[in-house]
Write a protein that binds this ligand. Structure first.
Ligand code: ARG
Length: 459
């Protein structure tokens, strides 16, 4: 057991099952670059504190670069006893440069090391998430712009409610994703904190310059309390929680499109690139891409709940339970990467059937407009609502659609109806009356796009 970094006080060997149970290298190896960066900065830091010589520092920094190159080229050789990325890198460094490697860990613990690495890794990867989000928002916005004239039924309770612009529907999801982007940026400040220099739990006894260390690693600030620093996984919980909301948005978006792509709606057609067929029913084209987006959200929520359960009973400072953070984090990240890329592909290649969307509109969806007609003539809305309802009932009784009622029919309901009521059956006019900002009228949708574009330009 002498070969283990912590083997000094041990005489007995680790049980092989325990060895596998305990190791994290199979998944934390993906943080190799962050671990190398963190160690190089720490070497410079203890050099400044006078703990190692300039030559030793150079040997460590250059040696670590070589270790990193091995990971990069896929030739890093894992040896038995490499428990995690930290022990593996240090073991290899020792093989490459000999003794100065043994000085690198002076005052440091894997506890502040792993917290630092994970934060560095997440910071890097949050940038990818942001890039994916911006890309989707851009693609959606492009469609909203070019498909401005397309109208379709808007729904509440999945019942046809009022006509809306297709662009307005698209943009509703853009704003959800815009908030997700903003939320991610905001939580970034709490990821961007350097815990290195906290040691195992009590701090660093060699008066290292933690501010210089943080600056070297590109962190904005340093942690204030070493006990908190080594056990704080709030930044991971926050990221997972952020992921939940993003997933809720994309899952609802997927659900809309799954419905709209069914023959019963027929509003959209998924490209072959994002659909699959049935091994039994030759006619089938299934929206598997969207179903997987919807389905995979479940595993994201699961990781979030699972990790919260892991955290709730952990006593003060580092405990091995915390190692469970990484599989949750990595799997959520990978899942999101897949979801965002596929969502982007789906929306970029989606075909729409604007004729079907229009055919799904029906005059009864303008019953509200009948009420507004009277409101514009001074009738109280509640009264107008009742009168419009009476028109709907009359049409039902006559077994005709609302727009087939004659002027006499309308007049029999209320003398306030004039001949111009027969001009009300125009979906464009109906939609464009919602010209207040945030509404589905063309001018307001255009302003919406303008504002979203302005936001995009500042990202
Ligand atoms: N692999 C460990 C983790 O991910 C590193 C920290 C181990 N620290 C310790 N004292 N055993 O949490």
């Amino acid at each position: 057991e002498g070969s283990k970094l912590w083997g000094g006080r041990f005489t007995g060997a680790t049980d092989p099952v325990m060895e596998r149970f305990n190791q994290s290298l199979t998944y934390d190896r993906r943080m190799w670059a962050a671990d190398i960066r963190g160690s190089q900065a720490y070497a410079r830091c203890i050099r400044s504190a006078g703990l190692i010589t300039e030559q030793e520092c150079q040997a460590i920094v250059v040696g670590l670069k070589k270790v990193g190159d091995e990971w990069e080229q896929g030739v890093f050789e894992v040896k038995p006893g490499d428990e995690d990325i930290h022990t593996a890198n240090e073991r290899r460094l020792k093989e490459l440069i000999g003794e100065p490697a043994g000085k690198l860990h002076t005052g440091r613990s894997r506890n502040d090391q792993v917290a630092t690495d994970t934060r560095l890794w997440l910071q890097d990867h949050m940038q990818n998430m942001k890039a994916f989000l911006l890309q989707i928002i851009q693609v959606m916005m492009g469609r909203a712009q070019s498909e401005m004239s397309v109208l379709l039924p808007g729904y509440t309770h999945l019942q046809r409610a009022q006509p809306i612009r297709w662009s307005h529907w698209i943009l509703s999801y853009c704003w959800m994703l815009q908030r997700d982007f903003t939320r991610l940026s905001e939580l970034g400040a709490r990821v961007n904190v350097c815990p290195l220099g906290s040691g195992a739990l009590a701090g660093n006894p060699f008066s290292v310059d933690r501010h210089a260390l943080a600056t070297d690693l590109g962190f904005e600030s340093i942690s204030h309390n070493s006990l908190d620093a080594v056990s704080d996984r709030d930044f991971i919980v926050e990221f997972l929680s952020w992921a939940n909301l993003l997933c809720i948005h994309l899952s609802r978006w997927a659900e809309d499109l799954i419905l709209y792509s069914s023959k019963e709606f027929g509003f959209v057609m998924l490209s072959d690139a994002y659909s699959t067929g049935s091994s039994l029913m030759p006619q089938k084209k299934n929206a598997d891409s969207l179903e997987l987006i919807r389905g995979k959200c479940g595993r994201v929520f699961g990781h979030y709940c699972g990790f919260l359960m892991t955290m709730k009973g952990v006593p003060s400072t580092y405990n091995k339970d915390l190692q469970e953070d990484k599989e949750a984090l990595f799997d959520v990240y990978d899942t999101l990467e897949g979801i965002l890329q596929v969502a982007n592909g789906v929306i970029a290649t989606l075909k729409i059937d604007s004729a079907k969307m229009r055919a799904a509109l029906s005059p009864d969806m303008l019953a509200t407009d009948l009420a507004y007609y009277m409101v514009r003539r001074g009738i109280a809305f509640r009264t107008a609502h009742g009168l419009s309802g009476a028109c709907v009932a009359l049409a039902e009784k006559k077994e005709c659609s609302l727009d087939k009622l004659t002027l006499e029919d309308f007049k029999s309901v209320s003398p306030h109806f004039e001949a111009d009521i027969l001009q009300i059956w125009n979906y464009e006019t109906s939609v464009d009356q919602y010209s207040v900002y945030g509404g589905t009228g063309q001018t307001s949708v255009e302003r919406q796009i303008h504002n979203l574009q302005q936001w995009l330009d500042t990202q």
